[in-house]
Design a protein around this ligand. Sequence first.
Ligand code: PXP
Length: 246
Amino acid sequence: MLKLGVNIDHVATLREARYRGCGQGEPDPVAAALIAEAAGAHGITAHLREDRRHIQDRDVWQLRQVIKTRLNLEMANAPEIVGIALRLHPEIICLVPERRQEVTTEGGLDVVGQEQALQATCARMRAAGIEVSLFIVPDPEQVAASARVGAEFIELHTGAYAEHFKDATGRRRELDRLRHAARQAHDLGLRVNAGHGLNYENLRAIHEVPHLVELNIGHSIISRSVTTGLAAAVGDMLALMEGYCG
Ligand code: PXP
C-alpha cells in the first residue's frame, strides 16, 4: 500500500504570519498532525529550517511526544540541525538543500558533490537507529551516489513533473524520468519516496511510477483543508492513492 506522509509546514507558515516570536498561536501544526493521523495519514513530515521560517523547535519536540505514526524530519545537513535530529530521534530524516531565499525546497540535493559529508551523516544516523532519505531530482548520477553514501531511502523530487503536468510532452518526459530513477534506485537496494508539488489533479498519473513506498504532500492538502477541513482533505488524497500497484 502506498503511504501518505502529510507535511504540516504550511500550517506553521500561517501561524508565523501572525504570531512570529510569540511562542504560541493558531493554527497549531501539532493539532493539525493529530487530525491528519486520525484521518489516515501514515506519517507526519516537518521541516525544521535553519532560519526557523515556519516550523519551530518546540513544534518538533511536541510532535515527537504526541504523534503515533512516523515522524519524518526534513532538514539540511547542517551541524546544528543534525545535533537536534540525533536528540529528537525521528523515525526518519530527509536531507534537503536549503537556501535562505527560497520559498520552499526548490531543487534536489547534490549528492554527487557532497558524498563525503552525506556519508558521514548517514553513518551517524544509522548508528542512532534513524533512517535517512535523500531528496533528489530523478537523475541517474544522483541515484547512484545516494546508494553509495549509505542512505536507506531516496525521495524523488516531483516538482518538475508537477510543473509540466499540463503539457503532454513535458509530463511524459518527467514521468519517464521518475519511472527510470525509481527502477534504478530499487535495483540498487534503495527504498523510494516521492514528493513536492503533488496535488489532487496530478496524483493519479504518479501511479505509473514503480516501487513507491510513501508520498510526502503538504501544500495541496493544507490548502484544501481551508475549505473542506483537514480530515476531508487527507481522506480525498488517500482515495486518489488507493489501488497503487507498485
Ligand atoms: N518533500 C520535500 C522534501 C519537500 O521539501 C516538500 C516541500 O516542503 C514536500 C515534499 C512537500 O511539497 P508540497 O508542499 O509541494 O506538497
